[in-house]
Design a protein around this ligand. Structure first.
Ligand SMILES: [Zn+2]
Length: 288
């Protein structure tokens, strides 16, 4: 198996994208002769398509762009700890955000207003939450043809009716579609373990921020939620849930399918990327 650094190297080295930067290093002219990195002192020759691309050029470009952004965003600073559920769970009683808490009974997630006695919501065990998510995803997979397929057909019909869009709306929708496609590529790269988890999360967050920005613009232009986005996300869900689901909780799958969770006393409501929401009782059904 490839190490994550090895894979990241492959994704960022232009040789693997079919291009080669010659004269990466050169020998000095004077004594002592040394081999030094060429930082532009000697002209470099950039030969395109000298190899057959191992990593598709588009993917390579995407990773380059994302890495550059990451550099700008984080500099040399190390990222703090991240949990897949961070910022994802909203309290159904008070609207507060759940945070992670270590107790003698184990790890749990608690409403931020609970400790100050401003909210009666009980905490939930992390294991229980993760298994509820797993169960929900399997149920969604099982019923995808009876839930997601008709929804997709409905969206496509609506989309046909919306053909007479204003150009500015169309442009915004195209930009959103492009960003979503990047986000899906990123999720696939993560699923294939081509990028590490920190990288995925930071890039995904960045993409989500840009998407949010465009969505706001679109809302101002259009006055309603984006149809193209729902359409594309539903296709993505049908695709993703068409492949066998992992047995264990997968942060990547969670991130790319579920945008948020509302915690209710009787269960959890899952909000999907395509705008649909489903309730799932916590702890599952107990028999006998
Ligand atoms: Zn609360």
């Amino acid at each position: 198996m490839w190490s994550k650094h090895g894979v990241l190297y492959i994704l960022t080295n232009e040789r693997y994208a079919g291009n080669e930067l010659f004269r990466k290093s050169y020998r000095t002219d004077a004594i002592p002769f040394r081999k030094v990195d060429n930082r532009g002192e000697k002209s470099q020759i950039y030969a395109e398509a000298t190899h057959e691309a191992i990593v598709p050029f588009q993917t390579f470009q995407l990773v380059q762009k994302l890495l550059q952004k990451r550099k700008e965003q984080f500099g040399k600073q190390q990222q703090g700890a991240f949990y897949p559920l961070s910022g994802k769970i909203t309290c159904g009683l008070c609207g507060g955000t759940y945070y992670r808490r270590l107790t003698s009974q184990g790890t749990s997630w608690v409403c931020e207003n609970h400790l100050a006695s401003r909210c009666p919501a009980k905490g939930m065990g992390e294991k229980e939450i993760l298994s509820t998510i797993q169960r929900f995803l399997h149920r969604l997979e099982e019923h995808r043809d009876s839930i997601l397929s008709p929804y997709l057909a409905q969206l496509e019909t609506l989309w046909q009716k919306e053909r007479s869009l204003r150009p500015s709306v169309l442009r915004l929708q195209q930009s959103i579609a492009a960003l979503l496609s990047q986000s899906h590529t990123l999720a696939q790269l993560r699923a294939q373990e081509c990028v590490d988890s920190d990288f995925f999360v930071s890039q995904n967050n960045q993409l989500q921020k840009e998407l949010e920005n465009l969505r706001q613009q679109l809302k101002r232009e259009q006055g309603q939620t984006n149809l193209v986005e729902k359409l594309q996300s539903t296709r993505f869900l049908l695709n993703t849930l068409g492949a066998p689901l992992p047995d264990e909780f997968s942060p990547t799958l969670f991130q790319s399918v579920i945008t948020g969770i509302t915690a209710q006393p009787e269960g959890m409501v899952f909000h999907l990327v395509n705008g649909l929401s489903f309730a799932e009782p916590i702890g599952g059904f107990h028999h006998g």
